[in-house]
Write a new protein. Sequence first.
Length: 285
Amino acid sequence: MNKEAVNKRLAILMATYNGESYISEQIESILSQTYRNWTLYVKDDLSMDSTLSIVRKYAAIDDRIVLLDSVDKCGAKGNFTSMMEAIDADYYMFSDQDDVWLPNKVEKSISALQELEAKYPNLPLIVHTDLKVVNESLSTICPSLWQMFRIEPSLLNTFDRLGGHCLVTGCAMAFNKKAKSVSLPMSDAAIMHDVWMALKVYKEKGIIEYISDPTILYRQHGHNTLGAKDFRYNYVLNKFKRLRGVIKENISYYRMLSALSYGSPLKFLYYKIWYYFAYNRKQDK
């Protein structure tokens, strides 16, 4: 990584809420990153435990850690969005409060992002990685979140196709300022900040690139805002078992797509079916 690249400003945005159990491990993993030119911005959602005191302790010993003021409770999406709106940087990453980042996560992601920028200097860009799913004590549940979620990034490479299946996980993303700009303002219809951003970047003819290696230990502990559901086995049967929830989720997802002028419900259904069969064919090869 050249000197100019290292001098690019990276803002790591962490939204917190009652995270005292694991936040120290996460901050320590960020402090241990091989890429050093970052600022960690933490915005708390009115925690009722010792989360704030833990963050203040780290901020007192490292001026790259900044605790932002927070007066209203706004949830994870609102917290991340408000930080995007307020903070200026060259690159951005999201951080959950309860994961562990592998030491080269930032360096690998920013290097890939800068390679894209060299090819596409005027486009909105996102780089994302796979994640290793672990339990509370960091023992492996599944070596790949993409396997659990039936994600095949090579298939989800257009705005239309992304309507059929989610692609990125917020804490595994790195993105440039142009990707931030096209994603704001964020619609109330957005189910979460990460999927909205991916859709907006594709809609604006941007590029989403992926790194197949996991760069995060994605901790599952029963209190996650969004947990990792395992869709590897009996996919269709499991969908039918929770049919009411599936219908509700798809209505919310299509409402978000409608806010982006995606097209008709039939188009949405077509790409969901298309992805199901395309994914299965690719796995059979």
